[in-house]
Design a protein around this ligand. Structure first.
Ligand SMILES: Nc1ncnc2c1ncn2[C@@H]1O[C@H](COP(=O)(O)OP(=O)(O)OP(=O)(O)O)[C@@H](O)[C@H]1O
Ligand SMILES: [Mg+2]
Length: 403
């Protein structure tokens, strides 16, 4: 990644499609252009209407390009949904070179071996994330390049996705006139932009509350330990409000976003708001506390669906905190809600090391798109042209021998 080059992240969510255009210098992202467009062509991360999705992608790209005053050719495309699965695997190789120095090609080879697992025909591996290298018997090696050993072992976290879901998403982006650079699990991008290295070390659940999906990614001892997508999210809060209050979906969404609170018991009993019923004529009043009760009931439902997964991981790994992000995290009191449920320190996940419009960098809804922009796929598989020289140097080193 060259300092200062313009890059883009595209998150195709089931509520909105978001695009962020920006440049990265060192560790800082400068957001140059952004847009968010409603989309009805996506359901739980997968395309259900190509034409509508293509139109929304075109619009979101055009609007962000206008702000950035820069046309983009490529995007990092976010993949998410309940079709995402993950699996741990490991592989080992012998180092055959005379000096026994581990080079980039050895690392690539051992990761390739760890990727060689049987997966269903309709799935494809989208990430193979090295969690730890074991150099001879020495565990905990983060980067084995240049080390001397007889054997190199790697423990990887493999993430698979439904191949057709990826193809359909990519097709929509390409039909909108943009090429896809890399397909990335959105939550990995989000983790990269919201979590600190310290949080990943001491253990953290990243909880992304979207419209129809809530995704949980767990980190502990500096590595990814689990991922799960639950088919439930903030869209269903709106749905419950609309159904129970007998009002329109739009009115319910506004009530949630303007007056919603994730901790009903702390609200005063008196506060009331008025809203329009479904007939568009009758105005009624309701205590704010009642609204929050409906919201908390749905949050309890979402939490119940992920509780087993959270418990299972806490039994295996040390986890100290929760970071809540995604559009659904904009609900006041949400961090306190998760703190009470899990007993873990909780906070809202916002983009770190980011400059740009306040509305974007202070919103948990854009963490996915910003994270996608920044995600460097090379961190998973070292390339021959980057990093330390290693045993088999680049073309330049080879040429130097002749001059
Ligand atoms: N201030 C707010 N308070 C409460 N909820 C909010 C607020 N702002 C946005 N939301 C909700 O966040 C949800 C959208 O979140 P997000 O943009 O992360 O979803 P998405 O990425 O489109 O969906 P998914 O990840 O499920 O595919 C909507 O249901 C929206 O109503
Ligand atoms: Mg989302």
């Amino acid at each position: 990644m060259i300092n200062g080059t313009i890059q883009a992240g595209l998150e195709i969510g089931s509520t909105t499609i978001k695009c962020i255009i920006g440049s990265i210098t060192g560790n800082t992202i400068k957001i140059e252009g952004h847009a968010s467009v409603d989309c009805k062509g996506i359901r739980e991360g997968s395309v259900v209407n190509i034409a509508q999705t293509v139109e929304s992608i075109k619009e979101v790209i055009e609007r962000s390009e206008e702000l950035a005053k820069h046309n983009i050719k490529y995007v990092n495309l976010g993949i998410h949904g309940s079709h995402i699965e993950s699996k741990d695997n490991e592989a080992a190789i012998a180092i055959f070179s005379p000096d026994k120095e581990i080079g980039v090609s050895d690392i690539r080879q051992v990761i390739e071996s760890a990727r060689a697992i049987q997966i269903p025909m309709d799935k494809q591996i989208i990430h193979s994330i090295p969690k730890e290298y074991i150099v001879d018997n020495q565990r905990g090696v983060v980067d084995p390049r240049g080390m001397v050993a007889n054997h190199l072992k790697v423990e990887v976290y493999l993430i698979t996705a439904l191949a057709s879901a990826i193809t359909n998403l990519k097709r929509c982006v390409e039909k909108a006139g943009i090429e896809v650079n890399n397909c990335i699990l959105t939550s990995l991008g989000t983790a990269g932009i919201t979590l600190t290295e310290e949080e990943k070390k001491i253990g953290c659940f990243l909880i992304d509350i979207g419209g129809t999906l809530t995704e949980i990614t767990c980190y502990s001892q500096g590595a990814i330990r689990g991922f799960k997508a639950v088919k439930n999210g903030s869209y269903y809060i709106t749905n419950d409000l609309a159904y129970i209050l007998k009002t329109s979906f739009e009115e319910a969404r506004k009530i949630k976003e303007d007056y919603g609170f994730a901790m009903d018991k702390y609200l005063p009993k008196e506060g009331k708001i008025s809203y329009m019923k479904l007939d568009g004529r009758t105005k009624v009043e309701i205590p704010v506390r009642e609204i929050s009760k409906i919201i908390v009931d749905r949050l309890d439902d979402i939490y119940e669906e992920m509780e087993g997964f959270i418990m299972m991981l806490r039994e295996k790994f040390l986890v100290a905190s929760c970071v809540i992000t995604g559009g659904g995290a904009a609900l006041p009191g949400i961090a306190e809600y998760f703190e009470e449920k899990t007993g873990l320190i909780s906070r809202i996940g916002l983009p770190r090391n980011c400059t740009g419009e306040d509305a974007i960098i202070n919103s948990p809804a854009y963490t996915g798109a910003i994270g996608l922009l920044k995600y460097d796929i090379n961190q998973e598989m070292p390339s021959y042209t980057r990093g330390t020289k290693g045993r088999r140097g680049g073309l330049l080193d080879w040429l130097k021998k002749f001059f």
